[in-house]
Design a protein around this ligand. Structure first.
Ligand code: NAD
Ligand code: DAU
Length: 343
């Protein structure tokens, strides 16, 4: 089998490449990644010498490049992780989100049709369902929850999902879609909550918590997500959407406090800043479908996963220090100097 994994130099895609090469040593993995600010060749350093791995730099929104790669590699399966993935960046500038997340997905699916691919898997997000109230713990996102997006990022991901389902119905393209909750773990770019708080705490910098820190996210260790996608590729039914989540709802402020505790740093580093515009209150996934149909369930408890993650950032300072010293520093200034300190 040959898999094309797009976005494999990013956080989840990078973890998936490592997982697949280990789990399926006879299969080939070709990573197609544009190496945007979020892509990092150091994430793939361990696998570059693997004869079953190939890296190609290119954009999913470049039709010619995509078709040429499909012609060369003759893939059986395509897993699309490539995306602009950060909500705050989408609020600042939506354009590239539409190009990559929607047009890029369309071009990949056109290539899948042209080259008779056996499966196109779209890696989507629970954010397509919008948010849930904080005071209704009984409500969870199921696959039947209506699409109801809040940010340009989630709107672009929802558009790609609808397009994928349209390609299934209209052209019989063998599509599956997974909608996962918030991931955490190794190689997570430090613009996102958990790695940002870890690297700031390690540098004794303020930890910027949006609003009151009461928003809730449903955290899943990245390896559990990778395993779920692999299972969907092997056993999932085409035309279906599978929610992925491990019932681990946590308030942002509790995560931040836990990270400070793990690192032995004081809570005085916490700084409450201006809230995110349109900030989703709560996400919570009902994973009964993937559990019932495919037998998947999360294996890594949050208490263990957060320890593994903190330790990874302690052991891999070079990986994140190089990011902090690059163009990321001007992003950080722009995003956080504009936010008023509330407390
Ligand atoms: P990321 O931002 O860490 O990585 C994205 C990768 O895509 C980078 O390597 C980047 O270089 C690449 N990329 C961007 N534009 C590209 C283009 N035009 N062509 C080819 N490559 C391109 O993202 P992530 O957090 O790993 O998320 C991966 C996928 O999973 C995304 O589709 C995201 O919507 C989805 N998702 C993420 C989470 C989460 O918690 N991070 C949860 C659910 C779903
Ligand atoms: O739910 C899945 C989604 O999770 C994915 O689709 C997205 O690609 C991924 O980025 C993530 O989106 P979030 O917006 O939930 O993640 P983020 O890490 O940006 O923020 C998590 C929460 O923490 C959110 O409520 C905002 C808050 N936050 C975030 C940052 C960066 C802060 O309080 N301070 C911060 O500095």
């Amino acid at each position: 089998m040959t898999y094309i994994v797009t976005g494999g130099a990013g956080f989840i895609g990078g973890n998936f490449v490592h997982y697949m090469l280990k789990k399926h040593p006879d299969d080939r993995v070709v990573c197609l990644d544009a190496l945007t600010y979020a892509g990092n060749m150091e994430t793939l350093a361990d696998v570059m010498d693997n004869p079953n791995f190939r890296f190609v730099k290119g954009s999913i929104s470049d039709r010619e490049t995509v078709y040429a790669i499909f012609a060369n590699e003759q893939p059986d399966v395509v897993v699309n992780f490539a995306a602009e993935s950060h909500v705050d960046r989408s609020i600042d500038n939506a354009g590239i989100f539409l190009t990559t997340n929607i047009i890029g997905t369309q071009i990949l699916m056109d290539a899948c049709r042209k080259f008779n691919i056996k499966r196109f898997h779209q890696v989507s997000t629970d954010e397509v369902y919008g948010d849930l109230p904080l005071d209704r713990p009984d409500l969870l996102f199921t696959e039947k929850t209506p699409i109801h997006t809040s940010s340009p990022y989630s709107a672009s991901k929802a558009a790609a999902d609808l397009l994928a389902l349209a390609y299934f119905r209209t052209y019989k393209l063998p599509v599956t879609i997974s909608r996962c909750s918030n991931n955490y773990g190794p190689y997570h770019f430090p613009e996102k909550l958990i790695p940002l708080m870890i690297v700031n705490a390690l540098s004794d910098k303020p930890l910027p918590v949006y609003g009151k820190g009461e928003n809730v996210r449903d955290w899943l260790y990245v390896l559990d997500h990778c395993k779920a996608i692999d299972l969907i590729l092997q056993k999932g039914r085409v035309g279906e959407v599978y929610n992925i989540g491990g019932h681990n709802e946590t308030r942002n402020i509790d995560i931040v406090r836990l990270i400070l505790k793990e690192l032995g740093k004081p809570e005085s580093l916490i700084t409450y800043v201006t809230d995110r515009a349109g900030h989703d209150l709560r996400y919570a996934i009902d994973p009964s479908k993937i559990r019932g149909e495919l037998g998947w369930q999360s294996e890594i408890r949050f208490v263990d996963g957060i320890k593994l993650t903190v330790q990874w950032y302690l052991d891999n300072r070079d990986w994140w220090s190089r990011i902090l010293s690059g163009e990321y520093s001007s992003y950080y200034k722009k995003m956080y100097e504009e936010r008023t300190r509330l407390i």
